[in-house]
Design a protein. Structure first.
Length: 136
């Protein structure tokens, strides 16, 4: 693994983390425009994040350790998901995980599309139920 690949992966993660609130603001603007309402600022999600970082955490004394760690786990999962999707390059450290996910998902997609979903067998296969062999 070359240092440039690691740098590209880091830049991809930073870009995804900084651009995500911008896309949320854009979607909120488009949604407001489609509903003939006044649109909020595109920077509103950034203001909300800044406000949340300045708040103190309020956690009950009887809260389990899982309750305390859950936000970090969710954030980490989102960062890993953003790193798996190759958006700035193809030879990145996390692309191996994307290949593994694609290989695991491929048989299910192939079986689901082999049978028409309108047919009873197709509905069973798409729901993950094994279709009986004697269905006419």
């Amino acid at each position: 693994m070359k240092p440039i690949e690691i740098l590209t992966q880091a830049l991809e993660l930073i870009a995804a983390l900084t651009a995500a609130p911008l896309f949320l603001g854009w979607v909120n603007q488009c949604r407001a425009w489609l509903q003939n309402r006044r649109a909020p600022s595109i920077w509103l999600p950034y203001r909300g994040i800044r406000k949340l970082f300045h708040k103190d955490a309020v956690i009950a004394e009887s809260a389990s350790p899982l309750f305390r760690v859950a936000p970090y786990i969710v954030f980490g999962a989102m960062v890993v998901a953003a790193g798996i999707i190759p958006s700035m390059g193809t030879r990145l450290p996390f692309t191996i995980a994307a290949d593994a996910i694609a290989l695991v998902e491929w048989p299910e997609v192939r079986i689901g599309h082999a049978v028409a979903p309108q047919e009873p067998e197709g509905q069973l296969v798409s729901n993950g139920v094994k279709a009986p062999s004697n269905v006419p």
